[in-house]
Write a protein that binds this ligand. Structure first.
Ligand SMILES: Nc1nc2c(c(CN[C@H]3C=C[C@H](O)[C@@H]3O)cn2[C@@H]2O[C@H](COP(=O)(O)O)[C@@H](O)[C@H]2O)c(=O)[nH]1
Length: 306
């Protein structure tokens, strides 16, 4: 995750459309230095959990599909998480590696009880197949094996996932430099940590190395908090719901500056109070705040990464 941190910092220092505002960072750090409002993982009560390997399989499939909800206002992350949970409760073998490789678009819709095509449905199906194929080829079909082989290191887990599963390789080229964001690979490590409460499959000795998850909700929250400032043209694109293309300078800056800003907030809290705050905790607080804010205007990019 050092690569995510370093390359995001590089974007922030060469940015043309997004600025990380130091007085905004100061305000948020000051507000949070004594206590970060604690948000429970699964505060929504929508995720499958049985304290065993099937939960790991569920979370891996969930995070393989954890992207691009906005084109259909009603299909949200909550629907996906709850829909996959119900599917698994009804059929414990629904996410077996051989089954994952066979789903069609209409079957996935049926699984999620969704009446119309899902956003980026073909990509979602392709990524399910990829997960099933590679789990079967390299990990006896089990996401739990993948996690076990990382010896309690989130950094190793992210490296292993991104080397085996191309769909998780969330990176881009910005002003000639390769930038890494690894949103879905990192959120899988954080979901394990949150679901298993830092024990068993969720025990990581280096959870502090995980950065925030560069999605489309948190950048908008950081802007509302005065931490990110947008150029007039970018602000106009977001306000008028104009699509921002994947890999454009604007899109990379929105995501990378968010990662960098959360790292700066975390560092400032450490200097002010001596407390080691995790980016994962800051992220969950910011995200939960964002999804509960109905008027939040976020950027719109068609992407399989977030
Ligand atoms: N930064 C960040 N982004 C996150 C999450 C989560 C869910 N995390 C779970 C883990 C424990 C909790 O209890 C949460 O349930 C989803 N997303 C992103 O949001 C967007 C979907 O939004 P909407 O259109 O409103 O459904 C989409 O890009 C999705 O990838 C997070 O935690 N952090």
């Amino acid at each position: 995750m050092e690569a995510v941190r370093a390359t995001s910092a590089w974007v922030a220092s060469h940015s043309s459309h997004v600025t990380v505002d130091s007085s905004g960072i100061e305000k948020v750090a000051e507000r949070m230095k004594d206590s970060i409002p604690k948000v429970e993982w699964d505060f929504e009560g929508i995720h499958y959990f049985d304290d065993g390997p099937l939960t790991v399989q569920y979370l891996f499939v969930l995070d393989a599909l954890n992207f691009c909800f906005w084109p259909d206002k009603e299909m949200t992350y909550d629907h996906l998480a709850a829909g996959l949970k119900e599917a698994l409760q009804n059929d414990k073998s629904a996410f077996d590696a051989d089954r994952l490789q066979k789903y069609t678009g209409p079957e996935l819709r049926k699984l999620l009880k969704w009446p119309r095509p899902l956003p980026l449905e073909e990509e979602r199906v392709r990524l399910m197949h990829e997960v099933g194929f590679e789990l079967e080829r390299s990990f006896d079909g089990k996401a739990s094996k993948l996690v076990e082989s990382c010896e309690k290191s989130a950094a190793k887990l992210v490296a292993l996932i991104t080397s085996h599963f191309p769909g998780f390789r969330d990176h881009t080229v910005y002003k000639g430099h390769q930038i890494f964001l690894y949103k879905r690979a990192q959120i899988f490590a954080a979901d394990l940590w949150g679901a298993f409460k830092g024990q068993g499959y969720g025990e990581f000795n280096d959870i502090e190395s995980v950065t925030m998850f560069a999605d489309y909700i948190v950048p908008a929250v950081l802007q509302q908090l005065g931490v990110l400032k947008f150029s007039p043209s970018l602000a106009d694109m977001i306000e008028s719901n104009r699509e921002i293309s994947s890999g454009s300078e604007e899109e990379v800056e929105l995501r990378a500056c968010s990662v960098h800003a959360v790292e700066e907030i975390r560092e400032l809290i450490r200097r002010k109070s001596g407390k080691q705050v995790l980016s994962v905790e800051l992220d969950l607080w910011l995200w939960a705040f964002g999804v509960q804010c109905a008027s939040l205007q976020h950027h719109r990019t068609l992407s399989i990464y977030y």
